[in-house]
Design a protein around this ligand. Structure first.
Ligand code: HEM
Ligand code: HEM
Ligand SMILES: [Fe+2]
Length: 446
């Protein structure tokens, strides 16, 4: 690493690893509950496990983004972070808010809005936390010796993500209005501003790992940002088909969301072309593998599997079934989880000063988690399609169908075991790398 303050990133990543582990634990609790093994039901009912699983996901991804930004912004602006101490305070407050929220869920202290379950009181703390983060990287960027497109787009994505948290905090008595604005957060995050964060981080990784000129890589970035805005903003309409909003959303949502895969296709072509053109000269080959996996699986999970249920005449049947779960898992995994894991794989040797990369264990982590997640997606997909056919097309009773699809959850659990073994290996490698150092300089060049 170039600057001492970049070390802060390490602690955000360590926190992200811990939450990822917990997220998977709750995934297993739900998976087992789905095949009738519900020993924990009294303490952790399915709805609590679900909210904990998805909120832990969001928080570890945010911690990952913040860590990545604390690493990238000093690197790109060529100066130390403005207030490193504030970064540590912010991390501690993030830990406090997350732990409180997760414990609260288990005592029914929450808002019953999917993905935004964190109680309002804690929301205010989140806002303060994020403001501190934005101020820190914002001032660093302003005072920086140079301003790059990569850093600018990353910053803009993070700032916009912070702003789009606010619509979710307005109180509505009307269910439709509440739902309408809930999507401003959930949809405009994952299919809007988070894509900018993804573009920024991927661009940084590709510049470092392929050695291709920044100008070439950043030109692509503009194309991706353009495609994201063109399709993603009005693409929000694919959540407005059947929630009580006017009919024109059927056309608007269908048309624009059908264009959304283009941005992810752009990202995939971008990563693969750059990797091919640059060759695999960089010693940390696994970091490039992770970056390519991120770009390709996000295209499959978000682009293709999102498209599979985005037109109103299809969504009418699949809405709210396990088809959504199929898409949700691979989209989140490909676009954002793999992105953070790619970044950590790149940055860890730099942060710790130890050349521990490309080990067999790290390679196993890569293949087992990615293949495991693809198989989990298949299991969710099969269960989802059967659910749609039996419940929605043939009109069978909801609970009868749930029993009917149980065997596919055994498949899910097997795939999840492979996936989790990969994640455990990843965490093992992370721990093995040890704590960050104050030694400056490019580890790979020595
Ligand atoms: C051991 C691994 C995992 C298992 C067994 C698992 C299992 C599950 C189950 C059973 C559900 C509830 C589905 C339902 O009945 O509605 C769920 C929801 C969800 N999980 Fe996982 N999961 C795992 C890992 C992950 C990971 C790594 C991610 C993200 C990258 C993830 C993202 C999600 C999301 C976004 C939802 C909500 C989907 C929706 O809104 O329909 N899960 N998971
Ligand atoms: C990385 C990007 C994406 C992520 C992380 C993601 C994740 C998710 C998640 C978690 C849900 C369930 C939300 C909920 O019910 O609260 C969802 C729903 C949905 N997504 Fe995505 N998605 C992404 C991109 C896309 C794209 C590009 C499309 C379309 C081409 C799409 C189409 C849909 C549709 C139609 C639904 C509604 C499903 C339903 O009616 O139950 N998604 N997505
Ligand atoms: Fe969406």
């Amino acid at each position: 690493m170039k600057f001492k303050s970049q070390k802060l990133a390490y602690y955000f990543f360590a926190f992200a690893m811990l939450l990822l582990f917990l997220q998977i634990t709750y995934g297993f609790i739900m998976g087992f509950a789905r095949i009738g093994m519900e020993g924990l039901h009294e303490w952790i009912p399915f709805n609590v496990a679900r909210a904990t699983h998805t909120n832990l996901l969001v928080v570890w991804l945010l911690a990952g983004f913040m860590g990545a930004a604390y690493y990238i912004i000093p690197d790109e602006t060529d100066r130390e972070l403005e207030w490193p101490w504030l970064g540590y305070v912010q991390l501690i407050s993030l830990v406090v808010v997350s732990v409180t929220a997760v414990i609260g869920f288990h005592f029914n202290w929450w808002e019953g809005r999917k993905f935004l379950e964190i109680p309002r009181e804690l929301d205010y703390l989140v806002v303060v936390n994020v403001l501190a983060f934005i101020a820190n990287i914002g001032v660093t960027l302003l005072k920086g010796k140079q301003r790059t497109t990569t850093a600018g787009i990353l910053f803009f994505g993070l700032l916009a993500a912070a702003l789009f948290y606010l619509p979710g905090m307005i109180h509505f008595d009307n269910q439709t209005t509440d739902s309408f604005f809930r999507w401003w957060v959930v949809h405009l995050w994952v299919e809007g501003v988070w894509e900018l964060i993804m573009g920024g981080i991927l661009s940084f990784l590709l510049i470092k790992l392929t050695g291709i000129d920044r100008e070439v890589i950043e030109k692509w970035l503009y194309v991706i940002v353009g495609l994201t805005f063109l399709s993603g903003i009005l693409g929000i309409g694919h959540h407005y088909y059947y929630i009580g909003t006017p009919n024109y959303w059927l056309a608007v949502g269908g048309f624009f969301s059908a264009l959304e895969p283009l941005a992810f296709l752009g990202m995939a072509i971008f990563a693969v072309t750059m990797a091919k053109r640059g060759g695999r000269k960089h010693p940390n080959a696994l970091a490039l593998n992770w970056s390519i996996a991120c770009a390709l699986l996000s295209f499959v999970g978000a682009g293709l599997l999102g498209f599979a249920h985005t037109l109103p005449m299809w969504n009418k049947w699949t809405h709210g079934t396990l088809v959504t779960g199929m898409h949700g898992h691979l989209a989140f995994w490909g676009a954002y989880a793999a992105l953070i894991l790619a970044f950590i794989t790149y940055a860890l040797p730099q942060l710790t000063g130890r050349k521990l990369y490309n080990s067999k264990m790290a390679s196993f982590a890569f293949w087992a988690s990615n293949i495991g997640m693809c198989l989990m997606t298949v299991a969710f997909g099969i269960a989802g399609i059967i659910q749609v056919v039996l419940e929605r097309r043939m009109g069978m009773d909801f609970l009868t169908v749930q029993t009917e699809i149980e065997p596919h959850f055994i498949g899910l659990l097997l795939a999840a075991t492979l996936f989790a073994s990969g994640i455990l290996a990843y965490i093992y490698v992370f721990i093995k790398a040890g704590l960050p150092t104050d030694r400056l300089g490019e580890v790979y060049d020595e």
